[in-house]
Design a protein around this ligand. Structure first.
Ligand code: MRU
Length: 357
């Protein structure tokens, strides 16, 4: 039922691919309907792919970036067909539309600007093969980065530990394998992680619907908790680390991630539980000095006022639905990227890490 990546067969716990390029089309798992239904949607044009990002058919910062790179290939094919002499000019509006699909995940902008710079540098003749190979390279590099982060992050965890994760940061949220959930996969395979707890992650339930689904697919036992049970779980001494992903890491280490991450970090510090952020270098935005400059997406009130299509609040109730929050660097014990581990992050340490290799 799941998409099995050929190159992933020997790696333990790595069966799922949310984003694929198949027969000249972009193929996405529809994450809005998991776990009840497992279905793919196919895309031939950039505007529909941009809409799929906004509507969360595909979500998770790195997966959005990979999807965007493939969407640029779709746009180049359309624009080159329409106007082979002037497609580079015509595609600029498509790129702008795509970059606006969601505001917080910097990987989206990173991928769009990367593809734009390639286009603006000049591609002779039909650009599709050149852009496709770049999108596939971005995709493969994301998976390789996740495997590296899995090893680096798992090495920080004492054998036999319990961990808590928030949102979904796995194969569904990335090119494959996952960031924080990649550390969970690697740590479980190495016997360092004994028990995994997952926050359900209100209001969109990425933890309950997606993380729990991934872990069931992989055969990794996990326990789901209500977000509000996290502090009490820590108080019982059940977890040694909280491990989360990121949508954008500012130059000083402040980290935007799924709403609820910040309160979990506050609780972790109070209980002496370590807090790890795992994200590829493409999520680090050195142009954003600190967390106060990160744009935070506000989503529809309906996501808070309803549950599974049923209204859970009286008519006339208002809701506030910030999709992300910012955890200050001071509450983070380790930031893990494919370039290395930064403990107790500061701007100086982040600059040094980003310069390495
Ligand atoms: O709104 P979402 O589901 O796109 O939010 C996802 C997250 O906050 C993830 O933790 C983050 O993108 C990292 S995914 C590897």
């Amino acid at each position: 039922m799941t998409s099995i990546a050929p190159q992933a067969k020997e790696i333990p716990y790595d069966k799922i691919r949310a984003v694929e390029w198949e027969n000249g089309r972009l193929k996405l798992i529809d994450q809005r309907i998991l776990p009840g239904k497992f279905e793919h949607l196919y895309f031939d044009h950039l505007p529909e792919a941009a809409r799929a990002i906004t509507d969360m058919v595909v979500r998770g910062a790195p997966a959005i970036g990979v999807t965007a790179a493939y969407a640029v290939v779709l746009a180049a094919r359309d624009q080159y067909k329409e106007n082979p002499n002037d497609w580079q000019k015509a595609i600029q509006a498509d790129l702008n539309l795509l970059a606006e699909a969601r505001p917080t995940a910097v990987n989206l902008r990173w991928a769009v600007e990367h593809m734009r710079s390639l286009i603006n540098a000049g591609i002779p003749g039909n650009p599709v093969m050149r852009l496709l190979s770049e999108a596939q390279r971005i995709h493969a590099e994301d998976i390789a980065a996740n495997r590296r982060m899995g090893e680096l992050g798992a090495a920080l965890i004492e054998k036999g530990s319990g961990v808590l994760t928030h949102c979904n940061t796995g194969a569904l949220a990335t090119g494959g394998y996952g960031t924080a959930l990649g550390v969970v996969r690697a740590g479980y395979a190495a016997g360092r992680i004994k028990s995994v707890y997952a926050d359900e992650t209100r209001p969109w339930l990425q933890g309950a619907r997606l993380t729990a689904w991934e872990l069931v697919q992989e055969g990794i036992p996990a326990t789901l908790i209500a977000d509000s049970a996290a502090s009490w779980l820590m108080k019982q001494g059940k977890v040694a680390w909280v491990i989360v992903g990121a949508d954008r890491i500012a130059a000083n280490g402040d980290t935007a991630n799924k709403i609820g991450t910040y309160m979990t970090a506050v609780a972790a510090r109070h209980h002496g539980v370590k807090f790890m952020v795992v994200a590829p270098a493409s999520t680090v935005d050195m142009a954003t000095p600190d967390g106060s400059a990160i744009p935070i997406e506000t989503r529809s009130e309906a996501e808070v006022l309803n549950f599974g299509g049923i209204c859970t609040a009286p008519e006339g109730t208002q809701a506030w639905n910030p999709a992300f929050d910012v955890t200050p660097a001071a509450l983070i014990d380790a930031i893990v990227t494919e370039k290395g581990v930064v403990t107790n992050p500061t701007r100086g340490k982040m600059v040094a890490m980003m310069k390495s290799r």
